[in-house]
Write a protein that binds this ligand. Structure first.
Ligand SMILES: [Zn+2]
Ligand SMILES: [Zn+2]
Length: 235
């Protein structure tokens, strides 16, 4: 039975490299060339902003979340792959990035017991238009790989905001105030929560979501994203 399931998966969902989209053997997530050139975040890492210490410019600014982690920088082939996954409806790629996220969680958050993983929400309208919320796909795949239970829709995004991208630091902050809320505060109280986003630039979206979780009594909040932009020259 298992053989048949595997066979049908291979025949109906041929694998493509999660970065450059070339066809690859079903056992791989990235083609050899991309695997070699993944912009991994490794070595000595700042737990506060998730970047390598040599890339950290956060000066340990205080957050509503305890730590931020990601497997990759948002550049090169990962930038290409995430764009494809995010805008061109290739949701299958979530598995490749979620595998990297799961590895980052077990390595950097070793010993933390998470009650559940949930996602940064999009508005209902945005989800309808795209057909899926890319952060939910990542959170669900991450849950399947890591065994941390997944809870969908803990947070909701109440209205559409201007793209954070292109706004200056102060406008970005103001742009998100009061945008997120929850319909299920009882699920949040006293819980250790893993909050999942696709890309983080300066952490404001995660910070605002974490603030709501904190206001509803979360015990601890850790963030995980597929990729982080390099901070240099961002502010
Ligand atoms: Zn590739
Ligand atoms: Zn830092």
């Amino acid at each position: 039975m298992k053989k048949f399931a595997e066979w049908s998966l291979f025949s109906f969902f041929p694998r493509h490299c999660a970065c450059c989209d070339v066809r690859i053997p079903g056992s791989r997530m990235f083609c050899e060339e991309c695997e070699k050139n993944l912009p991994r975040i490794t070595g000595e890492i700042c737990m506060n902003c998730g970047r390598e210490k040599k890339e950290c410019t956060c000066r340990k600014s205080s957050n509503y979340y305890t730590a931020l982690a990601a497997p990759f920088y948002f550049e090169g082939n990962v930038r290409e792959g995430i764009h494809r996954f995010k805008f061109r409806n290739s949701g299958v790629n979530s598995k490749a990035y979620a595998a990297g996220m799961a590895a980052a969680v077990s390595e950097r958050y070793a010993g933390v017991h998470f009650d559940f993983v949930t996602e940064v929400p999009v508005t209902k309208r945005a989800e309808r238009e795209r057909g899926y919320n890319q952060c939910s796909l990542l959170a669900r795949s991450l849950s399947e790989i890591s065994g941390i239970p997944y809870k969908k829709g803990i947070l909701k995004k109440i209205y559409e905001t201007e793209k954070q991208h292109g706004l200056n630091y102060y406008l970005r902050r103001g742009n998100l105030t009061g945008v997120f809320d929850s319909d299920c505060p009882g699920e949040i109280k006293d819980k250790t929560i893993l909050l999942c986003d696709d890309i983080s630039t300066s952490g404001e979206t995660l910070g605002e979501c974490a603030k709501m979780l904190w206001l509803y009594g979360a015990k601890d909040i850790y963030c995980i994203t597929a990729a982080l932009t390099k901070m240099r020259g961002d502010k």
